[in-house]
Write a protein that binds this ligand. Structure first.
Ligand SMILES: [Zn+2]
Ligand SMILES: [Zn+2]
Length: 290
């Protein structure tokens, strides 16, 4: 269950989003098991479904949750604080799970409304990226795959006229659920393509460092910037990107990025670098978020 490109990108995944999905799968697992016990003739099929959900939630999702949590606190070295924090994380998870079982039992008649907050599981990720201004780390294939597999069961229960639980078909709920999921996926895709805050009007955003700002054509303030071979005609030294060692066109603002310390890089090179660490590859000065 790796929805992100690199281990470093795991730090950009919302814990709340993962927790909500893990709880949803745990609840589905319990629901399948209970339904299988109540309706004996379908026990085998439901038990198999419950088993797969258990594997997904207990192994993949909990492991991914732990991976993200570890990536988040990569800079902290105190093992006791880490252990305390981890037990709080587990306690919260199982607390919410128990509350979910209790509420699900008490409010099962309201399930057609409750399903919407339960299925708003991409919202924490959208909010996390917009709030912290970090690039969307989830791959589109992962987002679409998870959305479709999660939609299958509610669409069957609310849409199929002869479903196993004998529920009345509710096309309105199905349609609203599909729209709700489509909107969340669309916002995630927009964030991936145009940046995590592209849908927030500029005047509400704090001033941001511009990596494509105009900068002196010759980075005089940067004596340690790697220089390319000298031009034989003019004797000028070109500028090289120290990440890939290829020459750079400093004049074209879209073809290069410049750090606050006046070091130039290719946009692709620097963006990949910033997925790993937020410091200048040349002089190690801290970099502002993109
Ligand atoms: Zn480069
Ligand atoms: Zn620098």
């Amino acid at each position: 269950m790796d929805g992100s490109d690199a281990p470093a990108a795991a730090a950009k995944v919302s814990l709340l989003m993962l927790g909500q999905q893990a709880i949803l799968d745990a609840l589905l697992c319990l629901a399948h098991l209970t339904a299988g016990i109540v309706m004996e003739d379908v026990f085998n099929a439901f038990a198999v479904a419950a088993f797969f959900e258990f594997v997904v939630f207990a192994i993949f999702e909990m492991r991914y949750l732990l991976l993200v949590w570890k990536a988040r606190r990569a800079n902290s070295l105190d093992p006791w604080a880490a252990q305390r924090e981890l037990s709080v994380l587990y306690a919260r998870f199982y607390g919410v799970l128990l509350a979910g079982v209790f509420l699900g039992y008490q409010l099962h008649l309201w399930l057609k409304y409750l399903i919407f907050p339960m299925y708003a599981f991409w919202v924490p990720q959208i909010v996390y990226c917009a709030r912290h201004d970090v690039r969307q780390p989830l791959r589109p294939a992962y987002v679409i795959g998870i959305t479709l597999t999660r939609l299958a069961l509610p669409l069957y229960l609310f849409g199929c006229p002869h479903n196993l639980l004998g529920w009345q078909p509710r096309p309105g709920v199905c349609l609203a659920l599909c729209i709700c999921m489509a909107v969340q996926v669309a916002v995630l895709m927009v964030q991936t393509r145009w940046g995590p805050r592209c849908f927030i009007p500029k005047r509400f955003l704090p001033a941001k460092y511009d990596y494509h700002r105009r900068a002196p054509a010759r980075p005089l303030e940067a004596p340690d910037q790697a220089r390319g071979p000298r031009d034989i005609e003019t004797g000028d030294a070109g500028v090289e990107c120290v990440i890939c060692m290829n020459p750079l066109d400093v004049e074209r603002t879209s073809a290069r990025m410049v750090t606050p310390c006046n070091h130039f890089f290719h946009p692709d090179c620097l963006n990949r670098w910033m997925d790993v660490k937020m410091e200048c590859p040349t002089c190690r000065q801290l970099l502002p978020p993109t």
